[in-house]
Ligand binder design. Structure first.
Ligand SMILES: C[S@@+](CC[C@H](N)C(=O)[O-])C[C@H]1O[C@@H](n2cnc3c(N)ncnc32)[C@H](O)[C@@H]1O
Length: 411
């Protein structure tokens, strides 16, 4: 996701009274959890509650998150070209995992946002006569699910029957492709500080004189198992990190991949998100960690501001994703930047055409497309920071998305 500006608290827009009340209610609930836990909770629990507390968390409540009127923009919201390129990768995997000429294979999209990626992928696959048997959309948020259903009904009513909404993974195994765009960055993480030894940054709260709850950081010992895992990571780094060095660790990746592995019979898990291979993730420049919060197109680094009203994200350590995948028996079948993935999937063919694949002479339309493509691919925008990793199961093919430049050696 991207936001228009980097901001400090002072320059952020102030939420309206209703939103402030929701945030105050959530603060109370988090504070109660802190008290009940003896004065602090892990940052992982804080982030879980701030994003997913039923009815109040950022992704569970009803605010508009995506697009110009929301807090941030993701790649599928910038241009349909992103999803049309992904459709090429889907098409290859669907044809490899189908038993007959009519596709028996499925797509499962995790955390589908507004549903725009599903709409554009299905449109492109329809043009190419390659529709999946079912397009599953796993959406835990009831509010987002409603928006997706409305958008699908308006955009592709004739394909609605092929879409199945889920609030948990399918019971039956599937063949095909699982998509997760910007899902890992929204998973709760632990915050760690290397400062001589290793400590965990946990969250405490304080009641100020005007009855306002204020959250603050505390440091706590880490469990010995986690400490030795972190020490191993440090030992692997080629470059020494400065201290104190704050970072985030996502312990949810492996159980999450495990659950996807259980659901997938044959096919590909395609993950796209922003982050780095480990040697770059632990760059000396990132000594203050990778947490970024998004509020109305302002990006800042204070996760305690307006809980429930702002998004909180952390960059992905793609080496950790690859290690977890290998541990559970998946094959790491490709890793590359967003720019290289989109180019490999035929980006150039989409640049000169309209949505139905026809060349367009409309000068304004062409200028818009050029602008969108530069946002998706330029190194200073999303082109390099965002990556694609392919994890495959019983699928022995060269994936088209990694045909141009495969950077697995960087992991
Ligand atoms: C930043 S949004 C990305 C939305 C959309 N994929 C896009 O690119 O516009 C992150 C989404 O991931 C969802 N999410 C987080 N953890 C998830 C999980 N374990 N399974 C499925 N969705 C998850 C969140 O609820 C949220 O809708």
């Amino acid at each position: 996701m991207i936001a228009a500006q980097n901001s400090s608290e002072l320059s952020l827009p102030v939420p309206d009274e209703f939103a402030l009340k929701l945030s105050a209610d959530l603060k109370q609930i988090i504070c109660k959890a802190i008290m009940e836990n003896g004065g602090s909770i892990s940052f992982e629990q804080y982030m879980q509650m701030a994003l997913y507390e039923p009815g109040l968390g950022y992704y569970s409540a009803g605010s508009i998150k995506f697009g110009e009127t929301g807090d941030f923009v993701t790649a599928p919201e910038i241009s349909s070209i992103f999803s049309r390129c992904l459709a090429r990768q889907c098409q290859q995997v669907l044809s490899e995992t189908s038993f007959s000429e009519v596709s028996s294979a499925c797509i499962l999209e995790l955390g589908p946002g507004t549903g725009v990626m599903a709409i554009d992928i299905l449109r492109e696959l329809e043009l190419n006569h390659s529709l999946p048997k079912i397009y599953y959309m796993l959406e835990p948020s009831a509010d987002l699910r409603q928006r997706q259903q409305l958008n699908v009904k308006n955009a592709i009513p004739h394909l609605k029957e092929r879409i199945v909404w889920l609030d948990h993974l399918p019971e039956k195994k599937i063949d095909g492709i699982i998509l997760a765009n910007e899902v890992i960055d929204a998973m709760p993480v632990k915050r760690i500080v290397f400062d001589g030894g290793v400590e965990e940054c946990v969250v405490a709260c304080e009641l100020e004189s005007d009855d306002q709850i204020r959250f603050q950081w505390l440091r706590k010992e880490v469990a010995p198992k986690l400490e030795s895992a972190l020490q191993m990571i440090l030992d692997e780094l080629r470059e020494e990190i400065p201290t104190p060095y704050i970072t985030e660790i996502n312990l949810n990746i492996k159980p999450w991949l495990n659950s996807l592995n259980d659901v997938l019979n044959k096919g590909l898990i395609l993950i796209s998100d922003y982050g780095y291979p480990r040697q770059e993730f632990f760059h000396p420049q990132r000594s203050a960690g990778t947490l970024i919060c998004h509020y109305r197109h302002h990006a800042h680094d204070d996760p305690f501001l307006y809980p429930g009203l702002q998004d909180i994200t952390a960059s992905v350590d793609f080496t950790a994703v690859a290690e977890a995948a290998v541990d559970i028996g998946l094959d790491v079948s490709g890793f590359t930047t967003q720019a290289h993935f989109l180019i490999a999937c035929g980006l150039d063919q989409f640049v000169s055409g309209d949505e139905s694949g026809h060349e367009t002479d409309d000068v304004i339309k062409r200028a818009q497309i050029t602008h969108q493509v530069s946002k998706l691919t330029m190194p200073g925008e999303m082109g390099e920071k965002f990556k694609f990793i392919g994890l495959s199961k019983s699928l022995d093919i060269q994936l088209c998305g990694f045909d141009f430049i495969d950077q697995r050696a960087r992991l």
